[in-house]
Design a protein around this ligand. Structure first.
Ligand SMILES: *Cc1c(COP(=O)(O)O)cnc(C)c1O
Length: 339
C-alpha cells in the first residue's frame, strides 16, 4: 500500500466518476456545443452566484486568464507574498499580463483590508496602476488557512473604495467553505472572479472553472483561446467535474478530520520544531536542525509514505479522496515509531 500525501492532486477518478465520464453527452466546445461543459460552467457559476463560467484544463490557466482580463500592462496586482499566482505560475503575471506584483506579508497567506489600502500606488506617472487584489482561499503555503466571510467583505469593501478588481484563487475554496459553513454564493459576493479547481480535493483528474459576469467570461474565453486552452469534446473531463461537485464536496470534512489526526501525531515528535495549525486538509511542519528533512522523507518513503519538502526543513502532507482511515492508521503507526 503506497500512501501518497504529497498533494491532493494525487487522486484517481472513482468508478462512479469514470462511469459519468463514459456516459457524458459531448460536442465541440469551441462551437459552444458540448452540453456537459456547458452544464459544468452553468452549475459552478450558479453555485457562486455568478452569471457565467469558463472551463479550463488547469487552475493556473483560470488564474492567469482572470488576471489578464482584470489588468493591462503597467498595472499592478496586490497579493500575499506566498500566493500561488505569484510563486508557482512561472512568472505568468509578468509574462501574460505585463503587470507587476505588490506582495504583502500576510498572516499564513491571508492579507487584510489595511494591507490593501496601504499598498495602493499613488495615481501619478511614476507608479504602476494598482488595479487588482488577488486572494487565495484556502492558502496553500499558509498550511490550508482560510478567510472568514467578515475578513473577505472588509477586503472587498476596501477594494471597491479604490475601484480595484477582486480575484479569488479558489483552488481549494470548497475546503474553506467546509469549515466556515458559508454558502458559495455568500463568498462569491466578495469577488469579481473566482477560479475553482476540480482536480484538488474534489478528486477530478483535470480541470478548473473560472466564474464571473457574462461580460468578463466573454473576454476570458478569448484569452483562453489565445493561450491554447480552447478544447473540443471536453465534456469527457468536464463530466468528472460535474460528478465531483455532486458527490465529493460533502466529504471534504473527512479529509480535514484525517489531517488533524496526522497533525496530532506530528505534534508528538520531539524533532518537530513547529506545526502550523491544521485548519483544513494540509499539514505543514518544520523540523529542528537535528533532523534533516531528506532523512525524514526517506524514512517515510521506506514505509511507503510520500510527503513533499516545502521550503527549508519544512514538510507538507495533504489529505484527499484516496487517503482512507486505514491509511491514516498506518501513518499514525509509522509516526509513533519515529518518536
Ligand atoms: C493547485 C493550485 C492551483 C492550480 O494549479 P495547477 O497546477 O494549474 O492545477 C492554483 N492555486 C493554488 C493555491 C493551488 O494549490
Amino acid at each position: 500500500m503506497i500512501i501518497d500525501l504529497r498533494s491532493d492532486t494525487a487522486t484517481r477518478p472513482t468508478l462512479g466518476m469514470k462511469e459519468a465520464m463514459k456516459n457524458a453527452p459531448l460536442g465541440d466546445d469551441c462551437f459552444g456545443e458540448d452540453p456537459t461543459v456547458n452544464a459544468l460552467e452553468a452549475k459552478t457559476a450558479a453555485l457562486f452566484g455568478k452569471e457565467a463560467g469558463l472551463f479550463c484544463p488547469t487552475g493556473t490557466m483560470t488564474n492567469q486568464v482572470a488576471i489578464k482580463v482584470h489588468t493591462q500592462p503597467q498595472h499592478e496586482v496586490i497579493c500575499d507574498k506566498t500566493s500561488h499566482v505569484y510563486n508557482y505560475e512561472g512568472g505568468g503575471i509578468a509574462f501574460n499580463s505585463g503587470a507587476s506584483v505588490r506582495t504583502v506579508d500576510g498572516d499564513r497567506g491571508r492579507i487584510n483590508a489595511a494591507h490593501v489600502r496601504d499598498n495602493i500606488n499613488p495615481g501619478n506617472d511614476n507608479y504602476a496602476i494598482t488595479s487588482l487584489v488577488s486572494l487565495e482561499n484556502t492558502c496553500n503555503k499558509g498550511g490550508g488557512s482560510y478567510y472568514s466571510l467578515q475578513q473577505l467583505s472588509e477586503i472587498h469593501q476596501a477594494a471597491k473604495e479604490f475601484n480595484l478588481g477582486m480575484h479569488l484563487d479558489g483552488a481549494r475554496v470548497f475546503n474553506a467553505l467546509a469549515e466556515t459553513g458559508d454558502s458559495p454564493a455568500a463568498l462569491g459576493h466578495c469577488f469579481d472572479s473566482i477560479s475553482i479547481c476540480l482536480s484538488k480535493g474534489l478528486g477530478a483528474p483535470v480541470g478548473s472553472v473560472l466564474v464571473s459576469s457574462k461580460e468578463f467570461i466573454r473576454k476570458a474565453r478569448r484569452i483562453r483561446r489565445v493561450m491554447g486552452g480552447g478544447m473540443r469534446q471536453a465534456g469527457v473531463i468536464a463530466s468528472a467535474g460535474l460528478y465531483a461537485l455532486d458527490h465529493h464536496v460533502e466529504r471534504l470534512k473527512d479529509d480535514h478530520r484525517r489531517a488533524k489526526a496526522i497533525g496530532s501525531a506530528i505534534s508528538k515528535l520531539a524533532f518537530v520544531e513547529e506545526l502550523y495549525p491544521v485548519d483544513t486538509n494540509i499539514v505543514l511542519f518544520r523540523l529542528g536542525e537535528q533532523k534533516k528533512s531528506e532523512d525524514f522523507l526517506k524514512a517515510l518513503a521506506n514505509d511507503n509514505i510520500k510527503a513533499v519538502p516545502f521550503g527549508k526543513q519544512t514538510i507538507r502532507m495533504v489529505t484527499h479522496l484516496d487517503f482512507t482511515d486505514e491509511m491514516l492508521e498506518r501513518v499514525e503507526a509509522v509516526l509513533i515509531k519515529m518518536a
